[in-house]
Design a protein around this ligand. Structure first.
Ligand SMILES: [Ca+2]
Ligand SMILES: [Ca+2]
Length: 300
């Protein structure tokens, strides 16, 4: 780490004072080494002791000012504390928090805003886990997020590939270019999304009195649970349920909206189907989220 306070130092009002004093010091020094036409011996005998005292005082004052200016302007050498991930929410909780699959197809990351004021950058690193060699690759920088351009402490890693476990770590950097240590690591892997067909879905799709939602997929998927979420068209929470797949073989599933879930005639609703696997502390470490499907309720 280098401490470069020169640009700020030179532009501060204090530096103008010091420049002035430097000029005065140089001027005084020129007076001690006088112009050739004067008699050197006479000059030294008569004036040098007194001039030297003044020069010494000027030097001391200049030096004191320099120290005090450094004290004001020097940048903080203390690195910031490492950032902290947001704890992943339990499957039944809404809204979801923390590391997750994202409905766009990427891996969603979320962390706490740093308590320190002068954080300029959040840095996200990712390492790939290699099942074949049972080893973790190097952590590579995925992105630098400058605080002035982000409103939420979140990032979607759209470069994540399905079926590959990724480990993530964070760092922060402050205004003096000090970097924190790494945060803890988190890991997640993506399961294929179940977007291929969802019924009902579409701007004119309707759902009547038989309140059945269906979806399918054409490949074997290693999910352990489905999680189905229903929101209003305005993203208000209606219902969320976690259940075991009923049909592992044909890739076709359906689910009945419970009778106690009240839907209003003519209103638009959204629904989404998530998968989850490899649960640790009741939270999935592998999963997917479909895109949001929509329907107009026309039952009752
Ligand atoms: Ca999820
Ligand atoms: Ca999510």
């Amino acid at each position: 780490m280098t401490l470069d306070f020169r640009p700020r130092f030179l532009s501060s009002p204090m530096s103008k004072i010091i420049n002035k004093l430097n000029y005065l010091t140089t001027f005084a020094s020129q007076q001690i080494h006088p112009r050739p036409r004067r008699s050197l011996s006479t000059f030294r005998l008569s004036t040098e002791p007194r001039r030297m005292r003044w020069l010494g005082l000027l030097f001391s004052f200049n030096f004191a000012l320099l120290i005090s200016a450094c004290g004001l302007d020097i940048e903080d050498p203390t690195p910031p504390s490492p950032p902290v991930w947001v704890q992943k929410s339990l499957p039944e909780e809404w809204p979801e928090r923390g590391i997750d699959a994202h409905e766009s197809g990427g891996i969603y990351l979320e962390w706490e805003s740093s308590a320190e004021e002068d954080i300029t950058t959040y840095k996200i690193y990712r390492a790939t886990w290699y099942d074949i060699s049972d080893s973790l690759g190097n952590y590579n920088l995925v992105t630098n997020l400058e605080t002035e351009f982000i409103s939420k402490m979140e990032y979607i890693d759209t470069g994540a590939q399905i079926g590959i476990p990724y480990y993530y770590k964070l760092k922060v950097e402050d205004a003096s270019d000090n970097q924190s240590k790494f945060s803890d690591s988190l890991f997640y892997s993506l399961i294929p999304q179940l977007n291929i067909w969802m019924i009902p879905n579409g701007s004119s799709a309707t759902l009547g009195n038989i309140k059945t939602l269906s979806w399918g997929y054409q490949y074997s998927i290693e999910m352990e649970y489905f999680c189905l979420t229903i929101l209003t068209g305005e993203n208000e929470f209606i219902y969320r349920d976690i259940f075991l797949p009923g049909d592992y073989i044909n890739g076709h599933e359906s689910w009945q909206i419970p009778t106690d879930v009240v839907l209003d005639y003519g209103w638009v609703y959204q629904w989404r189907i998530d998968t989850g696997a490899r649960y640790i502390d009741d939270r999935e470490t592998s999963g997917s989220e479909s895109a949001w499907a929509t329907f107009i309720y026309v039952g009752d």
